[in-house]
Design a protein around this ligand. Structure first.
Ligand SMILES: C[S@@+](CC[C@H](N)C(=O)[O-])C[C@H]1O[C@@H](n2cnc3c(N)ncnc32)[C@H](O)[C@@H]1O
Length: 241
């Protein structure tokens, strides 16, 4: 993997706050509720290959591995510091999970490598263009019939969440999320069956769970995409563990 992209926003915006990420998310984002729900909606089968984009400290992938030890799980993040925390947690849990350092909008994986891709609290870190590019990359690396499962900020769904969003929309790149653009962006990337499966009030605004399916038989448009973006196919990652 080439390491040319370094433009990412760390888990809590500033690198020096990263070690506080786990307790903060646990207490403010209803993590113990929404992450198990995200795993459940993915209907993971034995032998599935799974990718967690922007895996952070590996809480979601550890949950997946604990519920589905027979699945092959890969976590990718752009930040070495957060990956170091993930490596420690994975070692403590005594499981095998492959971690890669890389950018969500330039995935170091061959086409059709995964059955499920998860993206939890990543997309609001990306600019609109990076969101578009990331979703195209997810489409490319998924098998036909494979699924994308997203947990991220969405359009506020009640008066309290509208008030909270007035502040939070200025944080990171969350404004597109709060305008309710994610489902449309996912559709634009070629996905079918885009639906919101759950919605939660949190300290930072409405958290929306989304599901989308890569249609079988979209090979033609994928080939067109790769012709236009020849650097985005059949690359291999460099592993962290
Ligand atoms: C808010 S944290 C979410 C972590 C984890 N997925 C969770 O649900 O707790 C966002 C993560 O995305 C990573 N990230 C931000 N931009 C990225 C990019 N362009 N490519 C890969 N990872 C990125 C950050 O380093 C951070 O670990």
């Amino acid at each position: 993997m080439t390491d040319t992209h370094t433009d990412y926003i760390p888990a809590l915006r500033f690198g020096w706050l990263t070690s506080l990420y786990d307790p903060l998310i646990r207490w403010t984002m209803r993590e113990a509720v929404f992450k198990p729900r995200l795993v459940e909606q993915a209907h993971i089968q034995p032998g599935h290959r799974l990718l967690d984009l922007g895996c952070g400290t590996a809480t979601l992938i550890l949950l997946i591995k604990q519920d589905h030890p027979e699945a092959e799980v890969v976590g990718l993040d752009g930040d070495s510091k957060v990956l170091a925390l993930a490596i420690t947690k994975i070692a403590t849990a005594g499981v095998h999970i492959k971690l890669d350092k890389g950018m969500a909008f330039d995935l170091p994986y061959p086409d059709h490598s995964f059955d499920r891709v998860f993206s939890s609290l990543l997309l609001h870190h990306l600019t609109l263009e990076q969101k578009r590019q990331t979703l195209k990359e997810v489409f490319r690396v998924l098998q036909p019939g494979g699924e994308l499962h997203v947990a991220d900020f969405g359009k506020p769904h009640n008066a309290v969440m509208v008030t909270v969003s007035l502040i939070v929309r200025w944080l990171e790149e969350a404004a597109d999320n709060m305008k309710g653009l994610l489902p449309e962006l996912i559709r634009e990337a070629g996905f079918d069956g885009v639906e919101e499966t759950a919605r939660y009030s949190t300290a930072f605004g409405t958290l929306s769970l989304l599901k989308a399916v890569k249609p079988r038989g979209k090979m033609k448009s994928e080939e067109d995409y790769q012709r236009r973006n020849p650097s985005h196919s059949a690359r291999s990652p460099s592993s962290q563990t």
